[in-house]
Design a binder for this molecule. Structure first.
Ligand code: PRP
Length: 177
C-alpha cells in the first residue's frame, strides 16, 4: 500500500451537503419524538456521528457501541461479536444506529437485532456509504449518504490500518504494484 494522498471519491463539500440533507430528513421524521438516541458504531462512525448529530434540530443523545468480527483480515466470516454495549437504558426510546460503511451488511444486521432486544420504541439505521455490490444479507438503511463501488475507501472516519480516518473527504487507496 502506498503512502500517497488518497484520490478523492466523494469531496468534503459533497459529504457536508449530504449530511445536512440527511439531518433535515431525520429531524422531520422524528419531530414528534421526545428524544432520539444516536448509537455510533466504533470506531469508524465517530466523524459522521459528530457532524450528523450537530445538524439535527431535535432532542438527541449519544451512545457508542463496539463490535468485532470473527475471522481474520479483511475477509468477513459474517459472525459479529459485541465488545461494548450502550451504557444508557434505551428501552422505550427511538434508536438510530449510525455507521460509516455498510459492506456485507452482517454488522448492521446483527446490531439491529441486538438493539431490538433492548425493547426500544423503534430502531432505524443511518450509514454514510454502502457498498451495494458487496451485500451478503438483506438490510435496510433508512438514511444513506452514498452508494459506492468496491473500492477500499478511507477518510471521514474510515481507515486503512488505522490511517486516514481524519481526512475530510472520502478517498480511495490503491495497492502498490
Ligand atoms: C466497518 C464498519 C462496519 C463494518 C461493516 O468496521 O464500520 O462496522 O466494517 O462491514 P460489514 O457490513 O461487512 O459487516 P471495521 O471493522 O472496519 O472497524 P472500524 O469501524 O473500527 O474501522
Amino acid at each position: 500500500m502506498n503512502k500517497e494522498t488518497p484520490e478523492v471519491l466523494i469531496s468534503e463539500e459533497e459529504i457536508q451537503a449530504r449530511v445536512l440533507a440527511l439531518a433535515a430528513e431525520i429531524s422531520s421524521d422524528y419531530r414528534d419524538a421526545d428524544e432520539l438516541v444516536m448509537v455510533g458504531v466504533l470506531k469508524g462512525s465517530f466523524i459522521f456521528l459528530a457532524d450528523l448529530s450537530r445538524r439535527l434540530s431535535i432532542p438527541r443523545t449519544i451512545e457508542f457501541i463496539a463490535v468485532s468480527s470473527y475471522g481474520n483480515g479483511s475477509i468477513s466470516s459474517g459472525a459479529v461479536r459485541l465488545v461494548m454495549d450502550v451504557r444508557g437504558n434505551i428501552e422505550g426510546k427511538h434508536v438510530l444506529i449510525v455507521e460509516d460503511i455498510v459492506d456485507t451488511g452482517h454488522t448492521i444486521k446483527y446490531l439491529t437485532g441486538m438493539m431490538k432486544s433492548h425493547r426500544p420504541a423503534s430502531v432505524k439505521t443511518a450509514a454514510l456509504v454502502r457498498k451495494a455490490e458487496s451485500a451478503e444479507v438483506d438490510v435496510t438503511i433508512d438514511y444513506l449518504g452514498f452508494d459506492i463501488g468496491d473500492e477500499w475507501v478511507v477518510g471521514y472516519g474510515l481507515d486503512f490500518a488505522e490511517q486516514y480516518r481524519t481526512l475530510p473527504y472520502i478517498g480511495f487507496v490503491k495497492p502498490t504494484d
